[in-house]
Design a protein around this ligand. Structure first.
Ligand code: PLP
Length: 296
């Protein structure tokens, strides 16, 4: 557990870190967030996450709490004070503290900025290849702007708990037309019988444009892996040869059972393993991670 959190300009002991009860993040979930993996001394996909944070803020009409460069310095000071080696680093920005009222505060209210962290297992690819997880499907009951990474996560909390109650790790959410959107906190991928990788497109705002997803998309292009962006149903997923999920937290995580249906032979699939290898090599490469990604 990190010793310090950052709250509105101060590094405070974690146990004392708090925001006001009239913070709009608390009252209305009126805020956005990012989580970036800090892996053995560097951030994975830092630029992509900061790009998306700024986009989420623009879409929500919340002011940027500080320039990007200043935020990067805060993140590094936060890491230094906590002496973190491997961690999930959370950045949360809310519309700020104001008397409770649905509409935006009229006077100039400063956005709240919070940085916190959770320790993560160290970067061990062999161990990661042994982590095989199950998923279940649940209805997607979220709002329609899923491209914005808001702190309003009630639907995902319920979905994840349903997964846990049903003995699974992740919940794949299904839209009203019967297609899988994404996991409760991950993007969803399958590999069909012909070896084609399939994941849902991001251009309708109905899923989050995952930063990890984006990196894997680029790696597939570079490595000649055939990737098709289209929606798929649970029935198609049950028959898939392989399945996996991606996120800054899970990185690339194989899924070997969906709703009780064994995927492929129930073991780590060849293409999933390759993608794991590609991603881990990419994440270990500081230089390449600095490549700029501009979300749509
Ligand atoms: N989809 C949802 C709903 C998420 O909450 C997340 C991550 O939190 C993702 C996908 C994966 O996004 P990223 O790879 O940027 O972590």
């Amino acid at each position: 557990m990190p010793r310090f959190s950052y709250v509105n300009g101060r590094y405070v002991p974690h146990a004392e870190a708090a925001v006001h009860i009239e913070d709009r993040g608390f009252q209305f979930a009126d805020g956005v967030y990012e989580v970036i993996s800090w892996i053995g001394g560097h951030f994975a996909d830092e630029v992509g996450h900061l790009d998306r944070l700024e986009r989420s803020l623009r879409e929500m009409r919340i002011a940027q709490p500080m320039p990007r460069r200043a935020l990067q310095l805060v993140l590094r000071e936060f890491i230094r004070r906590n002496r973190l080696k491997d961690a999930y680093v959370y950045i949360q920005v809310t519309r700020g503290v104001a008397p409770r009222d649905f509409k935006f505060p009229q006077e100039d209210v400063r956005p709240s900025l919070i940085v916190s962290a959770i320790g993560r297992p160290s970067f061990d690819i062999a161990a990661r290849k042994k982590l095989l997880k199950k998923a279940v499907t649940v209805p997607d009951i979220r709002w329609k702007r899923r491209d914005i990474k808001t702190t309003s996560l009630t639907a995902q909390v319920l979905a994840k708990q349903t997964a846990v109650d049903r003995g699974a790790y992740e919940a794949w959410m299904v839209d009203d037309e019967g297609f899988i959107t994404e996991g409760s906190s991950t993007n969803a991928w399958i590999v069909d019988k012909k070896g084609t990788l399939i994941t849902r497109p991001t251009d309708h705002n109905d899923i989050l444009k995952g930063v990890t997803r984006n990196a894997i998309q680029a790696l597939c292009k570079k490595e000649g892996v055939k990737l098709v962006e289209r929606a798929f149903t649970p029935a198609e997923a049950y028959k898939a040869k392989e399945a996996f999920i991606t996120a800054a937290t899970t990185l690339v995580m194989p899924i070997v059972e969906i709703d009780g249906h064994k995927i492929g032979d129930g073991r780590l699939g060849n293409l999933t393993e390759k993608i794991l290898d590609f991603y881990f090599a990419y994440a270990a490469d500081e230089k390449r991670r600095q490549e700029r990604w501009t979300p749509k």
